[in-house]
Design a protein around this ligand. Sequence first.
Ligand code: PMP
Ligand code: GLU
Length: 396
Amino acid sequence: MKELSKIALNIQPSATLAVDSLFKQMKEEGHDVVGFGAGEPDFNTPDNINEAAYEAIKNGHTRYTNTSGVPELRSAVANRLKSDCGIDYKTNQIVVASGAKHNIYVALRALVNIGDEIIVPAPYWVTYTESIRMVGGIPVIVSASEADNFKITKSQLEEAITEKTKLFIINNPSNPTGMLYSEDELRELVDVCIKHDLYIIADEIYYNLVYDNKKFTSVAELGKDVKERTILINGVSKTYAMTGWRIGYSASSAKLAEIMGNYLSHSTSAPSTISQYAAIEALNGSQESITTMRTEFERRRNYIVERINAIDGLSCRKPDGAFYVMINIEKQIGRTLGDRLINNSDDFSLAFLENGLVATVSCTSFGCENFVRLTYASSMETIKEGIDRLERFVMK
Ligand code: PMP
Ligand code: GLU
């Protein structure tokens, strides 16, 4: 038989979703396993949002909609960006898709030609590099060290640019590091993008989850010339505990929005109509649940960071946002934990699952060595139990 697609053969499965599947499978098999793997809020979707979905069904909102989303949802997105970030978008600049992950893919489709280079700061969310490869682009990784708070500098960005560079992806606050670029830091990076005529994909899906009263700045706030080359990515999954509803959105130039819409019209069409109506309520309704969740995430972050740093041979930085923490496991290299010699973070993560019964994600999938990622989007009891196990595991 003829060869399969070279591009498809080159794609790695999502490490975060793979850990999540393994965790769920182990649980089903009756193992007493603790999940620190996929970042998914443990809260239920707020009631007002669920009610809006029931109403949508009762009112017959069960048919196809405009490919880029119903006008009410697109304008709810525009209004939210205006009230949260002070940025003006018209409805025709908003594209709703089946999760922010899909918006990223469609944005890349609209921008990237085969062989274009796309700069991705590491540690990065695992899906960026693979979706770049899926559209025939070449990810160019710029690594930020822990000592630099996992943030890249303008000179690092500038050095990575070649004549093939098309676009820069920034995730702020970041999954997996939790770090937040300040307005000044962002400005330095976007100035480089303007100078070299690069597009920017700014994935700001965690912007509501910023702690210590730190100020979040959207890339699109930084001026007209930045805004017109930027595709903002966001969605309801994290902020409203709606991971399973599959609603994401982007804000960009009207031209790019139109091209993305064309692409969607031949791939998924619009996302579930019922989910779209739920998302309208999420964005237009009371925002109180966000404060409740953010306060709780911050409490969990404080707890988890303190506990990790109290364990001999492990350490972590205090994240500014999102719900992830990166544990530095460098001091564990060369030890035998469980039955495994620990040569790298993959070994650590595997040994911890096999012997500590805790699922984590090794940061090799995020483009960095000697770290594992934990999520604190799970209950305080789960976090306590998981960290107790971590302590026992490395004390052995
Ligand atoms: N961007 C980042 C940084 C994420 O962590 C996630 C997590 N799933 C997404 C985008 C995609 O979210 P979703 O597809 O659920 O909207
Ligand atoms: N984004 C979350 C994570 O990184 C959910 C899983 C995924 O879609 O990658 O864990």
